[in-house]
Write a protein that binds this ligand. Structure first.
Ligand SMILES: C[S@@+](CC[C@H](N)C(=O)[O-])C[C@H]1O[C@@H](n2cnc3c(N)ncnc32)[C@H](O)[C@@H]1O
Length: 443
């Protein structure tokens, strides 16, 4: 059993009263593991048939499932590479359930890396509307980008910006904002020894100060009647109800709302929810706030510098996709990007990617991008080859090897596993030259 800090135990006893013993005995049990289906790329039946273990529904979102504790590592499975699912502790899905993104919404995920909640928001937007995913730490923002590409997200902006600067630049722009704040991580204790080592009452205080500052920035970014969800994966009152109370003191134009959420239990502020391991998740706090005041600010729309309309560009497009060009394509440096709708001005906001990377200009040609294939459906592509999830070919492809294919395959060809795209190669003379990115390969 993990050794818990004495002060933490005392605080939890005070918080939970009679339920403390039940809470404490959870530390003798293994932690919950989970996955979330990605409906942008796969359906449940296909996923279940491909997984080497069975999954059970979790109560925190309709797409979340428990994975058995003895399941093998899932990161190397072909369906994981293909973005058919995201590995996510089940209760972590609760915040997006509370946010309730709808197709067409314009949503900000302010503390987004590695992307569990952003990819969940994107799947609920179902490619309509816009998701802006921000992560202050640049190296983590790159991981976020990679996960968004894996999950086939097209209508997103990824940035690495300070919340204060971002929310000022995008004031009044969003229907919904999620602040999944950096926290003391008490809900990680059953699966991350480091979170226990880092814990101290002083750390909790410092986190609460930072959380309030982030939440106050987020408030600026919302439209009138916009929804702000605040979540943490910690139990301390200071970082949860304490932050909400301090926020409402400064922003009396916001109100806590009750979304009639069914998971977990009421928090100390009864409109908010708490999840403890006794509630079948590792731990989360979720509060839903609504902005009641007007917001007269609104960013300027984006005006692309150089739309790519050349014949070379059209030829490139028709080498990959069966359909005609769908949407505006911009050339940014050597990159060709398919722009999402509703884009605001992007200047000085630390944008790493806006829209879908389709390809890169080389000296005499345009090289297709991995992301372009990850976001496609097999029926949209000119050429695609499908392998079963347990085939030698798909594992060889994911290791970066060249594979033998029927000689009828020619040119850029999508590679799918059980009908879910997981990359591409270039076919000629019965061989598929591997274009699976080096950093993503199985070893
Ligand atoms: C709880 S994690 C987010 C997890 C993410 N929402 C997900 O579901 O995958 C909090 C994130 O906030 C970032 N962060 C740290 N300091 C921050 C700050 N001052 N402002 C905004 N974000 C910060 C961390 O780097 C971390 O990635």
């Amino acid at each position: 059993m993990v050794e818990l800090p004495q002060k933490f135990k005392e605080k939890m006893k005070e918080l939970l009263g009679e339920e403390y013993d039940a809470f404490f005995s959870c530390y003798k049990e293994p932690h919950y593991r989970g996955i979330r289906l990605n409906p942008l790329k796969c359906d449940l039946k296909t996923l279940k048939a491909a997984l080497p273990f069975s999954i059970q529904p979790a109560p925190f979102s309709p797409m979340s499932y428990y994975v058995p504790e003895d399941a093998p590592k899932i990161g190397q499975l072909p369906m994981h590479h293909a973005g058919a699912f995201y590995s996510q502790e089940p209760s972590a899905a609760s915040a997006v359930t509370a946010l309730d993104p709808q197709p067409g919404d314009v949503v900000l995920d302010l503390c987004a890396a590695p992307g569990g909640k952003s990819t969940q928001i994107a799947s609920l937007l179902n490619r309509q509307g816009l998701l802006w995913s921000n992560e202050i730490v640049k190296s983590r923002a790159n991981i976020l980008l990679s996960n968004m590409e894996r999950m086939g997200v097209k209508n997103a902006v990824i940035s690495s910006c300070h919340p204060g600067i971002l929310c000022e630049g995008l004031a009044g722009f969003f229907d919904k904002v999620l602040v999944d704040a950096p926290c003391s991580g008490e809900g990680m204790f059953r699966r991350d020894e480091q979170a226990i080592q880092d814990w101290s009452p002083e750390h909790i205080e410092a986190c609460a100060v930072r959380q309030l500052a982030i939440l106050l920035s987020a408030a600026q970014a919302l439209k009138e009647n916009g929804i702000l969800v605040y979540s943490t994966c910690t139990f301390s009152r200071e970082e949860n109800e304490g932050v909400i109370e301090a926020f409402l003191k400064e922003r009396d134009d916001f109100t806590l709302i009750d979304r009639n959420l069914q998971f977990g239990r009421p928090a100390l502020l009864p409109e908010a929810r708490r999840i403890f391991p006794m509630d079948k998740g590792e731990g989360h706090f979720v509060a839903v706030l609504q902005r009641l005041s007007k917001n007269d600010a609104y960013p300027k729309p984006y005006s692309p510098q150089s739309l790519a309309t050349s014949r070379e560009m059209q030829e490139f497009y028709s080498q990959i996709y069966l359909s005609k060009q769908d949407g505006r394509i911009e050339q940014v440096g050597k990159h060709l990007l398919l722009l999402p709708e509703h884009l605001p001005d992007l200047k000085n906001l630390g944008v790493i990617r806006a829209g879908l990377l389709l390809g890169e200009l080389k000296t005499k040609r345009i090289e297709p991008a991995h992301a372009a294939f990850m976001a496609a459906k097999p029926k949209e592509l000119c050429s695609v080859i499908n392998f079963p999830h347990d085939s030698a070919e798909i594992y060889a492809f994911l290791r970066g090897e060249e594979i033998a294919v029927d000689a009828s395959y020619k040119g850029y060809t999508g590679v799918a596993v059980d009908g879910v795209l997981t990359g591409f190669g270039k076919c000629s003379n019965g061989r598929l030259k591997n274009h699976y990115p080096k950093g993503l390969r199985n070893n």
